[in-house]
Design a protein around this ligand. Structure first.
Ligand code: GRG
Length: 303
């Protein structure tokens, strides 16, 4: 066949999960047409929630949740409320991260950030609402292991997880680079949500602690490689491809991996963490092939 680019098995599988996630987000997201003030969600709040949640993105965390579940169970549909919830939590964190009080970013996913479209107050509320809606969606799933999954997600998204990473990231602006601190920031800001996603997917499928521990290790190293690459792209990436401005880390005095160890060493470290993630995925045997490919994809990341 002429001009035919063969899709890899990994890409085919990713696309299946991706389509499920997109459908799940539509299904579990509150509708825009509400009767207010008698009932329902204020229309502009619903619009702000939908604007950011349905504005694209790689959907990595929900895909990882579905793929984790799918290693042990074929009934992937049963994990969909949790996958959708994962993306709601991720999206809330991006909306809040973009606010002037945090990273003050005008663009996200190639579009004006939420507060640029709806104003700061509505953006804060849209983030709050997405976070609450995530837990409502999981609680209403009726999955017998919902509490286990929800507990993993709450822990890793919470005050000693992603939020701790964000707090440290903000507190360390303009401070002298320190490797232990960079590790702390990136482990929590980035790896923790990947951990929550994988552990939730596995918990829903009834995985034992060996697999849960392997998922934690995979997500730790995957997240570090992902974030180091993100920091590198902030220096040498393409703004149009990334859908956001570059050079922000340096101008805001962020403590980053390449800023601490240098660009070339950061590239080597990213590769080391990719290899460690692949090593962790070996625990899953042949079922872990998707995760091996996912880790390798970081090498090709341009956005
Ligand atoms: C506000 C509590 C709170 C937390 C914010 C997510 C986050 C923590 C900050 C965003 C900035 C940042 C660099 C976070 C690290 C994780 C990361 C690289 C997020 C972007 O995730 P992608 O690349 O984005 O998966 P898409 O748009 O594809 O979903």
């Amino acid at each position: 066949m002429k001009n035919c680019i063969k899709m890899t098995e990994f890409e085919r599988q990713y696309n299946i999960y991706l389509h499920m996630v997109e459908a799940g987000l539509e299904k579990f997201l509150p509708l825009q047409r509400q009767v207010w003030p008698t009932s329902g969600i204020p229309a502009n709040l619903a619009a702000a929630m939908r604007y950011s949640l349905l504005s694209g993105g790689k959907r990595l965390r929900p895909v990882m949740l579905l793929a984790s579940y799918n290693m042990l169970s074929e009934k992937v549909e049963d994990a969909l409320p949790f996958a959708a919830a994962m993306e709601m939590i991720h999206t809330y964190s991006l909306i809040h991260d973009d606010l002037p009080a945090m990273d003050n970013d005008d663009m996200r996913r190639g579009k004006p950030s939420n507060h640029k479209m709806f104003g700061e107050a509505t953006a804060i509320l849209a983030g709050d609402a997405l976070l609450n809606h995530a837990y409502e969606t999981m609680a209403q799933s009726n999955h017998p292991l919902a509490i286990k999954a929800l507990t993993h997600i709450a822990y890793h998204a919470g005050a000693s997880g992603m939020i701790a990473g964000q707090a440290a990231d903000l507190a360390m602006e303009e401070e002298q680079p320190d490797m232990d601190m960079v590790y702390y920031i990136q482990r929590h800001k980035t790896s923790d949500l990947f951990m929550g996603a994988m552990k939730a997917g596995l918990a829903l499928a009834g995985a034992d602690s060996t697999w849960i521990n392997a998922a934690e290790s995979y997500a730790l190293h995957y997240g570090l490689a992902f974030q180091i690459t993100d920091d590198i792209l902030d220096i040498i990436g393409d703004e149009h491809v990334l859908g956001k401005s570059i050079g922000k880390d340096q101008s805001s005095g962020k403590m980053t991996w390449p800023g601490t160890v240098g660009l070339e060493k950061a590239k080597l470290d990213a590769q080391t963490h990719i290899e460690k993630a692949i090593q962790a995925a070996e625990t899953f045997g042949s079922s872990g092939a998707f995760f091996v490919s996912l880790a390798k994809q970081i090498q090709n990341r341009v956005k």
